[in-house]
Design a protein around this ligand. Structure first.
Ligand SMILES: Nc1ncnc2c1ncn2[C@@H]1O[C@H](COP(=O)(O)OP(=O)(O)OP(=O)(O)O)[C@@H](O)[C@H]1O
Length: 288
C-alpha cells in the first residue's frame, strides 16, 4: 500500500497507561483520507492520550499506529512530517507577532529556507490573519489566537491535521470562523482532519464520522446520522416509545452514561473537575 492509497490513520489495539491507570484500552480506529473524523467522549475518556500517541509524542509499540502507511514507532520522523497538531494548551507566544509565531514553527518543522517566507504568508492568509500578522499575538482575540495556532500547524503542509478541542472557550461567531477556515483549508489541500470536541453541534455539523470513547474504549462509531438511527432502533427494540428523535447528546448519554460536557462519569467520577478549571483559566488568559 502506498501513502497515496493507505488510510490516513490506522490504529490497531492502541493501549496506553499512566502508571497503573489505563488511559486507552485496545482502541481500533480507521480514518480514511480526506475525512473529518471526530473523537468524542467525556473528560478522561482517553482522547488526548490517543492523539498524543498518534503524533508520536507518547511511545507506542510497532504495528499499532500507522499514518498514511508509516509506522509511528518505526518511522517516527516520516509520521511527524505528515502531521499538524494543535494541542489544547496554548501554543502561540503572546510576545511575538502573528508572523513571528508562524515563522518559528516553519523553522521547527524544517520548512526549506527558500520556501519559508511564502509558506508563512500562505498559512497566515489561509486562516484570515494575513492583514494583522504584524501585530503582537497578545492583541489577538481568542478566536484569532486559535486561528494563529492553526496557521502554525499548517505551515508544514500536513496531510493529517490533529486538532484537540480547537474551539474551546470561543464564542459562536469565533467558533464558526475557526471551522470555516478548517473546512476551506481541508478542501483546498485535501487534508484529513482528526478532531476532538465537546460541542454536540460541531460534532453533528462538521464531522463526517464520529468515534465515541469512554474510559479508554471505543463505544460507538459511525456518521452522526447512523449513530442517531442506531439509538432509534435500540429504543424500538427495548419498547421505549413516545420519545422525540434522539440528538447526539442522547446518543452519548446512552453509550457513556453521561453527557459530553459532564465531567467524568461512572468510575471516572470527578476526574474532570480540576481539568475543567484549568481549561477555563487557560481560555480566560487567552482571551484576556
Ligand atoms: N500525564 C498524565 N499522567 C497521569 N494520568 C494521565 C495523564 N494524562 C492523562 N491521564 C489520565 O488518562 C486518562 C485519559 O486522559 P485524556 O487526557 O486522554 O482524556 P480526554 O478524553 O482527552 O479528556 P478531556 O476531554 O478532559 O481532555 C484520564 O483518566 C487522565 O486522568
Amino acid at each position: 500500500m502506498t501513502t497515496q492509497t493507505a488510510p490516513a490513520l490506522n490504529c490497531t489495539g492502541l493501549s496506553y497507561s499512566f502508571g497503573d491507570a489505563k488511559a486507552v484500552d485496545g482502541l481500533d480506529l480507521l480514518v480514511g483520507q480526506g475525512e473529518v473524523f471526530g473523537l468524542l467522549g467525556p473528560n478522561g475518556a482517553g482522547k488526548t492520550t490517543t492523539m498524543r500517541a498518534i503524533t508520536t509524542l507518547l511511545p507506542v509499540p510497532p504495528g499499532v499506529i500507522e499514518v498514511f502507511g508509516h509506522d509511528a514507532a518505526r518511522q517516527k520522523m516520516a509520521v511527524r512530517r505528515l502531521l499538524g497538531y494543535v494541542p489544547q494548551q496554548l501554543s502561540a507566544d503572546a510576545s511575538l507577532t502573528g508572523r513571528e509565531n508562524v515563522q518559528l514553527f516553519a523553522r521547527v518543522f524544517d520548512v526549506p529556507r527558500r520556501q519559508r517566507a511564502a509558506r508563512v504568508s500562505q498559512a497566515l492568509d489561509a486562516v484570515g490573519l494575513g492583514d494583522v500578522a504584524h501585530r503582537l499575538a497578545a492583541t489577538y482575540s481568542g478566536g484569532m489566537v486559535r486561528r494563529l495556532e492553526l496557521a502554525q500547524a499548517l505551515v508544514s503542509a500536513p496531510r493529517l491535521m490533529i486538532l484537540d478541542e480547537p474551539t474551546i472557550g470561543l464564542d459562536p461567531i469565533a467558533r464558526d470562523s475557526v471551522w470555516e477556515r478548517i473546512t476551506e483549508i481541508r478542501v483546498a489541500a485535501g487534508m484529513t482532519v482528526l478532531v476532538t470536541t465537546h460541542s454536540m453541534d460541531e460534532a453533528d455539523q462538521r464531522c463526517d464520522r464520529l468515534a465515541l470513547m469512554h474510559l479508554g474504549r471505543l463505544r460507538a462509531l459511525g456518521t452522526p446520522a447512523q449513530l442517531k438511527n442506531e439509538l432509534v432502533a435500540h429504543r424500538r427494540e427495548s419498547g421505549e416509545t413516545g420519545l422525540p428523535p434522539p440528538s447526539l447528546e442522547d446518543v452519548f448519554r446512552h453509550h457513556s452514561g453521561a453527557g459530553l460536557n459532564d465531567p467524568g462519569s461512572g468510575s471516572d467520577e470527578g476526574k474532570g473537575a480540576f481539568r475543567d478549571v484549568r481549561r477555563t483559566r487557560r481560555t480566560a488568559s487567552r482571551l484576556g
